[in-house]
Unconditional design. Structure first.
Length: 153
């Protein structure tokens, strides 16, 4: 099982807590963090599938280099693009549907051309390998927030 698949499994285990909120940790519910993580996974895989590998060009990016070096996304420093911000109240059924798609998509990553890419708003073009790295890092970031919300009253 890949690290990304393990992260998706961890998200699945937290769906039962989707209504929980702790304003000392986050202004959003656990469901919002799960929904956002799944939107990111599914959105990035869709962009990778629709990209033209022949157009991929690697470029140095200082922000990406820094985050890769510390291997952590600092809390409260980035803002999610609107396309991956959940707009509706999260329901168990909605989360499960997005989760099943994320599981399917994570398996399809392995069959993509390595030069398929998506344009990250801060890190520039990420090929499949760097996209998987980012998806794991991003999902772990939100899993830590979810854990902090669920541990505190």
């Amino acid at each position: 099982m890949t690290k990304l698949a393990q992260c998706i499994d961890q998200l699945e285990k937290k769906i039962i807590l989707h209504e929980k909120i702790n304003l000392a940790v986050s202004q959003a519910t656990i469901g919002w963090h799960i929904d956002h993580s799944l939107l990111v996974i599914n959105g990035i895989v869709a962009q990778l599938k629709n990209s033209n590998p022949n157009q991929y060009k690697w470029r140095f990016n200082l922000s990406r280099f820094y985050i890769q070096t510390i291997n952590k996304i600092p809390r409260g420093k980035g803002k999610a693009p609107k396309i991956v911000q959940p707009t509706e109240t999260t329901s168990t059924d909605g989360l499960i549907a997005k989760l099943e798609l994320a599981k399917k998509n994570s398996h399809e990553l392995e069959s993509l051309d390595p030069k398929c890419y998506f344009a990250h708003p801060y890190f520039g073009n990420l090929n499949v390998k760097k996209s998987i790295w980012f998806l794991e890092l991003h999902t772990k970031h939100h899993l830590k927030i979810i854990e902090d919300i669920s541990l505190n009253p």
